[in-house]
Design a protein around this ligand. Structure first.
Ligand code: MN
Length: 407
């Protein structure tokens, strides 16, 4: 069945009735952050709905919170019930008059972080990205390190510096040392992006209890786009032997809208066959990724279109691996895929790869050339995915502008 919404402009498109992503917004008139659902160019106020009898009594308290965590912790039965109710409300014209007062035009909504980020984990799941970085950083050895095809490589990031789309990014300062160069301190001269997809944990686990690779949908609430800003010069000097640190932790941007997994049912796609076969705990009964077509705009110019469907490690494998040692999950944990890069040069998800270490600059905006980010530059990451009935939904974009370093 194809249902359409009574909300004008929401018939088909990135935020139609089949999408319904959740976010947290406020307005000038009512500055208290509250949960909303996006429909077309409007936000439906779920706190407003929860003050009436629309939701079941046990659901209502979650929509009086200022973040999605309470709702996400309720698990798949609550997620499905609410999504079903919202679809009905926004499709059935009989609800139109009583619900129209709960709509805010997106232009008047101030968007906040959609959920309180508990822990942040970042992976390295694209074979093309890992191989490109291997060629750039270790030109004389095999592009992939020996562990790469046996486990999804990752590290723990900094949850406290995850910021919502639109937050200005202050250029980080730090130590850097080029090969055979002097030790220097100052603003990063190789500031970069990482085009990523993030997965948001709803249902936590007890310490000591791994999550099966087949239980992904029991724990993961939804998806956000991620820009994992990276200072390559700081990173290159500091990362041996313990991995990424200050070159990454200064800021990570996420989209305003969390797309529920159920909205991506039509976007499920077979993931690449793995050779060698991974250990048993990483073998899925139903192995799939998501067919998200991503796009990167640098000062308005589209410079890359990374395809998420080709990722070697799936989100379910990432979740199984990050808990296999018994590490617990908490509501609000965010794990990101790592840079999404495809096999073609125009599919590379970082500027380090796109400009091949800065040696092949690209043209952006009004005919300016760039190797890495300059102050004032803006990067926007977008993605679309197949929706129900042959349509396409659009994930909430993630955008950021670079500000000069501070003394
Ligand atoms: Mn990253």
């Amino acid at each position: 069945m194809t249902a359409t919404s009574w909300v004008e402009g929401a018939e088909a498109g990135p935020f139609d009735l089949e999408h319904l992503p959740y976010g947290v917004f406020s307005t000038a008139k009512d500055p208290a952050p509250r949960i909303g659902v996006r429909i077309g160019d409007q936000v439906l106020d779920l706190r407003g709905l929860a003050t009436g009898t629309f939701f079941l009594p046990w659901i209502r308290p979650a929509f009086h919170e200022q973040a999605l965590n309470g709702f996400m912790a309720m698990g798949p039965p609550a997620w499905r019930l609410v999504r079903h109710q919202l679809m009905e409300l926004l499709a059935d014209r009989r609800y139109r008059d009583q619900s129209a007062t709960l709509l805010t035009p997106i232009a008047k909504a101030r968007m906040h972080l959609p959920f309180n980020v508990a822990d942040y984990v970042d992976f390295y799941a694209s074979e093309e990205h890992a191989a490109n970085l291997g060629r750039l950083f270790r030109p004389d050895s095999e592009p992939l390190l020996p562990n790469w095809k046996h486990l999804p490589v990752g590290y723990h990031g900094r949850a406290g510096t995850v910021v919502p789309s639109g937050t200005p990014i202050v250029r980080p300062r730090g130590q850097r040392k080029a090969k055979d160069g002097p030790l220097e301190f100052g603003p990063s001269a190789r500031l970069d992006i990482e085009t990523e997809v993030g997965f948001v944990v709803g249902v936590g686990t007890e310490l000591g209890t791994p999550v099966s690779v087949d239980d992904f949908a029991e724990h993961v609430f939804g998806v956000v786009l991620v820009n994992d800003w990276s200072a390559r010069d700081i990173q290159a000097w500091e990362y041996v032997p313990l991995g990424p640190f200050l070159g990454k932790s200064f800021a990570t941007s996420i989209g305003h809208w969390v797309t529920p997994l159920d909205a991506l049912a039509a976007a499920k796609a077979p993931a690449p066959v793995q050779d060698p076969a991974p250990l048993g705990y990483l073998q899925e009964t139903d192995r799939f990724g998501y067919d998200l077509e991503m796009a990167v705009r640098w000062n308005g110019t589209e410079v890359s279109r990374p395809p998420f469907a080709g990722m070697y490690w799936t989100p379910a494998q990432m979740l199984a691996h990050l808990t296999v040692n018994g590490a617990s999950l908490r509501t609000g944990d965010l794990f990101a895929s790592g840079t999404v890069s495809g096999p073609e040069p125009a599919q590379r998800g970082s500027f380090l790869e796109l400009t091949w270490g800065g040696k092949e600059p690209v043209t952006v905006g009004e005919g300016e050339t760039r190797s890495f980010l300059e102050d004032g530059d803006t990067v926007v990451i977008e993605a679309t995915a197949p929706g129900a009935e042959g349509g396409r939904i659009g994930l909430g974009e993630v955008s950021g502008t670079i500000l000069p370093a501070k003394d």
